[in-house]
Design a protein around this ligand. Sequence first.
Ligand SMILES: Nc1ncnc2c1ncn2[C@@H]1O[C@H](COP(=O)(O)OP(=O)(O)OP(=O)(O)O)[C@@H](O)[C@H]1O
Length: 246
Amino acid sequence: MTDSKIIRYENISMVYSDSQVISDINFEVKKGEFVTVIGSSGCGKTTLLKMANGLIIPTSGNVIVNGKNTRQTDLTSLRRSIGYCVQGSVLFPHMTVAKNIAYVPNLLNKRDRKKIDAAVDKWMNIVGLEFSMKERYPYQLSGGQQQRVGIARSLAVSPEILLMDEPFGSVDEITRGMLQDEIIRIHEQTGITILFVTHDINEAMRLGTKVLVMDRGCVKQYDSPDAVRKNPADEFVEKLLFRSVK
Ligand SMILES: Nc1ncnc2c1ncn2[C@@H]1O[C@H](COP(=O)(O)OP(=O)(O)OP(=O)(O)O)[C@@H](O)[C@H]1O
């Protein structure tokens, strides 16, 4: 029998020096789910996300990814199997769009040039980048186009899981809307499991098949956007829905 839970956070706590930033968090992500993570600033969203690819190992508790505990697994191969996309451009400035996208598959599959080219084409197409941009450098692209290249690069290893940390945080509203449309389409098209951190409640409610609401290191609610909207777990969630939480 296959376990449909691709990521499990079990009794997770995180302490930095003497300050506790995550307190006994438990939740599971099912295969193919699009989980948006929202909450007040500094509540631990990024910390939680980075635990999924072992960039952060919890002080206590276990994170189980595809049946493997991040404490015991080979983190390099785990990270290669998970896409990671963060806010702003983290592209290599001296590499063309094609080289940026090919960077990871290139590392993994050095000899097979045809396969690499096919992967570049496929992912450029999926994220909505014109092929004519292949030989451009990042400085020759708009912020939204750079973001698309970043997404294509994180998808280029065909990961089962994609972690996205405020990926559309640095682009204007119109581009943001377009990128949101793209990521919804990519999710539907590929069936990939996504964990997506955002500050924007509208974005969280629009994109997520489930929304994880956090406050000060705790999970306040974890449910479908509809259920969160209809039955906010408490006053914090209610206020967040009215965008009045500072
Ligand atoms: N390496 C570290 N050492 C000490 N404290 C840290 C470290 N990394 C994060 N923190 C603290 O842990 C808390 C949670 O940080 P985290 O980045 O996970 O929050 P966040 O919810 O993603 O924040 P934001 O929404 O502002 O990006 C914050 O108070 C932060 O200052």
